[in-house]
Design a protein around this ligand. Structure first.
Ligand code: TXA
Ligand code: MG
Length: 332
């Protein structure tokens, strides 16, 4: 059931459902989440069951403001405080040392916890209504089946998880790819998942160089499990191939009228080779707009039954890191 998230009675109904231990589809500025009371172990278990997600893959806990962080995290390093001050509410998740007695199920048993304050009026209204009922945080992974493309509209959530789920409609997500994740448990910021907030922005806000998770095997602590960091993830049913603009043109020409069940996401509409069997979508030239469109395009082409999606390889510049990351995983 989809409810208009801008109506106070929808927020009240969703808060009541969460209090009862039910799940709710939640709009955020990045992607839609599948939310449960982070303090309710049975409800959190229901998230894992619904998504088909392995129970040791930790979830992000969403909070109404930075003031709620001490309820979940024991020590918050100064650089993490700076990042919250600079980017919250916003598309940034911080991994912090977890208080031993809270959020264990949401954290997948790890001794750290992922926290994020989303910049979406519907999400914030729900978090505040929940706080009034004694719910301190909402555990919410992206509202898709494990390994699949994250939903960026309420209709996507319903298509993915069924009509019985209560989904708050907050419109299409403005960012379109998941939050940047920074591990703050290792003394310096470590980038676990790129997103709209870039390494450079992180570096400026906290005055520390951002380390790569790949460099972490040289450090002592084991790398945390993060499903968004699995090599194959964010995958549509169709096979995704990353190609240069020229390769796309050459291959379309070679196939000619035989091209079938094919989706193409490229910057320029090919003049030749766009027969009835080829669906073309325009790839935006800015990273922000491309992130916004990415999952919608993959989902839409999938829904139209294409068997392959040829994607023009985006530029190899820092602004595109988040989009490149999702595309590489979709193609893996
Ligand atoms: O933008 C987002 O972050 C969206 C919206 C709904 O907020 N959420 C999202 O959740 O992408 P999910 O579960 O699909 O991805 C969360 C990522 C996973 O890769 C998970 O492993 C990682 O965060 N994560 C969560 N807690 C962690 C922890 N304690 N240590 C390491 N990684 C963690
Ligand atoms: Mg996800």
């Amino acid at each position: 059931m989809i409810l208009d998230g801008t109506l106070p009675q929808s927020i009240a109904q969703a808060a009541y459902a969460l209090q009862r231990g039910d799940l709710v589809g939640l709009p955020t500025e990045t992607v839609y989440g599948l939310a449960a009371d982070a303090g309710n172990e049975a409800a959190v278990a229901q998230i894992f069951a619904t998504k088909g997600r392995p129970p040791n893959h930790p979830l992000i806990v969403h909070v109404a403001s930075a003031e709620d962080v001490p309820a979940f995290a024991g020590q918050v390093p100064a650089f993490a405080q700076h990042l919250m001050a600079a980017f919250w509410p916003g598309p940034l998740t911080l991994i912090l040392p977890r208080r031993p007695c809270v959020g264990a199920a949401a954290a997948g048993g790890q001794d750290s916890i992922g926290l994020r304050c989303p910049a979406h009026p519907v999400a914030l209204a729900l978090l505040q209504a929940c706080a009034a009922h004694g719910i301190q945080g909402l555990a919410a992974p992206s509202a898709n089946l494990f390994g699949r493309v994250s939903p960026t509209t309420a209709a996507h959530v319903q298509a993915e998880l069924g009509r019985d789920l209560l989904v708050l409609d907050g419109g299409a997500c403005t960012v379109g790819i998941e939050s940047t994740i920074i591990d703050c448990t290792r003394g310096a910021p470590v980038l676990l998942r790129p997103g709209q907030i870039s390494r450079a922005q992180i570096q400026v806000a906290c005055g520390l160089a951002v380390l790569d998770k790949d460099a972490m095997h040289t450090m002592q602590a084991p790398a945390p499990r993060a499903s968004g960091t699995l090599e194959s993830h964010y995958a549509p049913r169709a096979k995704v191939r990353l190609l240069s603009a020229q390769d796309i043109l050459d291959k379309l020409q070679a196939l000619g009228p035989h091209a079938n069940n094919l989706g193409v996401w490229s910057v320029q509409r090919p003049d030749d080779g766009l027969g009835a069997g080829v669906l073309w979508r325009a790839q935006p030239t800015t990273a922000e707009q491309a992130a916004h469109d990415l999952f919608t395009v993959l989902r839409d082409l999938d829904a139209r039954g294409v068997l392959q999606i040829w994607v023009q390889q985006p530029p190899d510049t820092p602004a595109w890191e988040g989009v490149r990351d999702r595309l590489q995983r979709a193609a893996a």
